[in-house]
Design a protein around this ligand. Structure first.
Ligand code: PMP
Length: 360
């Protein structure tokens, strides 16, 4: 068996010990005589798996007691609708900060449920930066302020947690959750799909302040009303049981590595290695504003784009896969989520140097 270094933006690489444990427990989970996939979500085995995953998530993220953690389905894009449905709370509109493809999609979807005020946009820069906080035109009566903490496609990360006064801050953390420490109390709501830092696609995480729950629009599907989900401990409908099990194993793995602070330090070292090399050569270039460079998704370009195919082919041959940039941006993208080891980034940089020596 040969495992590659998988730089996919998501679904993405998972920690090998997690996959090994899941494989070992596939047919018989801890003497239960069945796979986790075969268990009733209301049976004692799965209830235990669920409770443990919830507790570990709260511990790792440092979730205050007046917040609920919800395990839902639908992914980040469904939350683009579910958030306004639940969070408008009788108000006319919400504020959005547009920093790339994902926040643009959030804006378009929210327009279907209420008013939208784009309080700041980095569109004119080609989405290579985060507009400085003092340029935002916030509405003091907004229901909430939406940001995308890390734009997975452009590779743009918020270098600060914005102060938005008493208006709840909502963050799409699909591609950064658990990769760095976050002060949850600064947010009204955090959401993210699991398929990057947490586990398989199909599980969506929501962390929401309790007082914001219970105000959903009447048209909100019951399974997407945060109150219904919270009151039923994320078991109103059948939850994505296997995804929750794998997420629980990933949470244990993160904890054993030293928790989110250790992930943050490791991710900073990985990003510094790759950006450091990119900054040292004219053969490649990175276009994102240095202050807003994503530690999770490093976007870069070959100076001579005619070499793109050769670059990708050579990388593939060395077991460095999924480096092609998203079609919206082009170029290359290396996603360095928690499960990507430093050795993987070193192997990529070694290859990039060799490719430069050959073609530069
Ligand atoms: N937001 C961000 C930041 C993302 O990276 C993605 C997926 N790449 C989404 C939202 C959409 O998530 P999903 O495909 O799970 O709906």
């Amino acid at each position: 068996m040969t495992r590659v270094y998988n730089f996919s933006a998501g679904p993405a690489a998972l920690p090998e010990p997690v996959l090994q444990q899941a494989a070992a427990e596939m047919l018989d989970w801890q003497g239960s005589g069945m796979s986790v996939m075969e268990m009733s979500h209301r049976g004692k085995h799965f209830m235990g798996i669920h409770a443990e995953a919830q507790a570990l998530l709260r511990e790792l993220l440092g979730v205050p007691s007046h917040y609920k953690t919800l395990f839902m389905q639908g992914g980040g894009l469904a939350e683009n609708a579910i958030v306004p449905m639940n969070m408008l709370r009788g108000k006319a509109s919400a504020d959005f900060i547009e920093t790339g493809t994902w926040s643009s999609k959030s804006i378009a979807e929210a327009r279907r449920y209420g008013g939208v005020n784009v309080a700041a946009s980095a569109k004119a820069s080609g989405f290579t930066t985060v507009p400085p906080r003092d340029s935002w035109q916030l509405d003091p009566n907004a229901a909430y302020v939406h940001i995308c903490s890390n734009e997975t496609i452009g590779g743009v990360e918020f270098p600060f947690t914005p102060d938005v006064g008493n208006v709840p801050l909502v963050a799409d953390m699909s591609s950064s959750i658990l990769s760095q420490r976050v002060d949850v109390s600064r947010y009204g709501l955090i959401f993210g799909g699991a398929q990057k830092n947490i586990g398989p696609a199909g599980l969506t995480l929501v962390v929401v302040r309790e007082d914001l729950i219970g105000h959903a629009l009447p048209c909100t599907p019951s399974a997407f009303d945060y109150k219904t989900v919270a009151d039923n401990d994320s078991m109103y409908n059948t939850p994505p049981t296997y995804g929750i099990y794998i997420a629980g194993l990933v949470f244990k793995w993160i904890k054993a590595q030293g928790g989110v602070a250790a992930m943050e330090a490791r991710n900073a070292a990985k990003a510094a290695l790759l950006y450091g090399y990119l900054d040292s050569t004219g053969f490649y270039n990175a276009k994102v504003d240095k202050a807003c460079r994503s530690r999770m998704n490093v976007t870069f370009f070959l100076h001579d784009e005619r070499l793109n195919d050769a670059f990708l082919k050579g990388a593939d041959e060395r077991g460095l896969v999924q480096l092609k940039g998203h079609r919206v941006v082009g170029g290359m993208r290396a996603s360095l989520y928690n499960a990507m080891p430093l050795e993987g980034v070193q192997a990529l940089v070694d290859y990039m140097k060799a490719f430069e020596a050959q073609h530069g």
